[in-house]
Design a protein around this ligand. Structure first.
Ligand code: GLY
Ligand code: MN
Length: 382
């Protein structure tokens, strides 16, 4: 298992600190587990980070304090870490640390704070000690959207491993297997390829079930005439990758081929629209227009893609330009990583989705996943 080096973490801290200073904050209170991982390499389930202008106050309890290194003894390498081991409540320790250091204005992650926790902190910090709690939105996420060199390397390796697992999955599909059986096989291949866990619930959707973009696997058996959507992803060194292929059981019908070719064209046109300075809405429109050209505009309801990183769904969102869309960071930048996953779904009939992961480079796009893209027909007696 690898993790970001001390110098990589230091660079991330400096970026966040610059913004913390610009907003006249004494510290940023980080409660999002993904943001804590990004800033410290910590992957446990309980900690609070206060990124100050000169250190990283790390509050955790004895379960994790004892594990300041991973199971193989590798330290996290987090620079300027000031460990606070909590004996009672996390929030009481947070108040004590704040008062002790004399901070008067702390930013917090409004999207990662419950109302009850906020109310408690307001009573115990603001009312009791005059410390202002300033809400922030997407503070650390704004840096995570562009991957640094370490993250690009991990995501490349994760993409390579997921592609390897996918090739094995495609080679092992048999008519008569149930969706649940195949999901189990997929997860086994992911583990054999080095993933510690699935990044989301594996999707195997056959026949009419393939019309549901996020179908759960059932006991339905793969049957001649089906299209089967396989959508799976894993977590490798804390980073998520995600891939979808659609296969036919037996010879694909003319309609199945038509739908498959339309989705493939949508994928290819979206991919061709990826590059630095390009609009993420234009990437979505390229996929949508390709399906519209095939008379399938209405069959594609979801977004074309989502960012990948410590979380499986993060920014940038490759979605329709709509009045309610978040317009920030419209332009793609080198280092952004996201999926391209158009689909076409027809209730009662089935559907097709094709998904790859892509990294925006200085000159265009680099595919992180590479597995056959033609329509694989599984011979029913294979
Ligand atoms: N591949 C599953 C998802 O993106 O939600
Ligand atoms: Mn996806």
């Amino acid at each position: 298992m690898s993790h970001a080096s001390s110098s990589t973490l230091k660079r991330r801290h400096e970026l966040v600190r610059r913004e913390t200073k610009a907003r006249s904050l004494d510290a940023l209170l980080v409660t999002s587990p993904a943001n804590i991982t990004y800033l410290t390499n910590f992957t446990g389930s309980a900690a609070i980070v206060l990124l100050t202008l000169d250190d990283v106050a790390f509050l955790t309890d004895s379960r994790y304090a004892a594990a300041m290194s991973d199971t193989r003894g590798t330290p996290w390498e987090c620079p300027d870490l000031s460990l606070v081991v909590i004996e009672g409540s996390y929030d009481a320790a947070l108040v004590a640390a704040t008062v002790e250091r004399g901070w008067s204005r702390i930013g917090f992650e409004a999207g990662h704070m419950t109302v009850s926790r906020f109310q408690w902190l307001e009573a115990h910090l603001t009312q009791a000690h005059g410390c202002t709690l300033a809400p922030t939105e997407g503070f650390v996420e704004a840096f995570r959207i562009v991957k640094d060199d370490y993250e690009k390397d991990v995501l490349r390796e994760a993409g390579r491993r997921l592609s390897q697992a996918a090739a094995r999955v495609l080679a092992g599909i048999r008519a008569g297997m149930s969706e649940c059986d195949l999901a189990f096989v997929i997860e086994g291949h992911m583990r054999e390829s080095g993933f510690v866990r699935p990044a989301f619930e594996t999707i195997v959707a056959s026949g009419p079930n393939a019309a549901l973009p996020h179908a759960r696997p059932t006991e339905r058996k793969l049957t001649e005439g089906d299209l089967v959507v396989l959508d799976f992803g894993g977590v490798y060194d804390s980073y998520c990758v995600d891939l979808t292929r659609t296969v036919a059981i037996g010879a694909a019908s003319v309609r199945s081929r038509e739908v498959y070719q339309a989705v493939l064209a949508a994928h290819d046109r979206a991919l061709a629209a990826v590059g630095p300075g390009q609009s993420r809405f234009a990437v979505d429109a390229a996929a949508r227009d390709a399906l519209a050209d095939a008379g399938m505009r209405e069959a594609f309801g979801h977004g074309t893609g989502h960012g990948l990183g410590i979380e499986v769904h993060e920014d940038p969102r490759i979605v329709r330009r709509r009045p309610d869309a978040d317009m920030r960071r419209e332009r793609l930048e080198p280092g952004m990583v996201f999926t391209i996953e158009p689909g076409a779904y027809f209730p009662g009939w089935g559907g097709v989705r094709i998904e790859n992961d892509v990294l925006v480079t200085d000159s265009g796009a680099e595919l992180l996943t590479e597995v056959r893209m033609d329509l694989l027909e599984i011979h029913p007696s294979r």
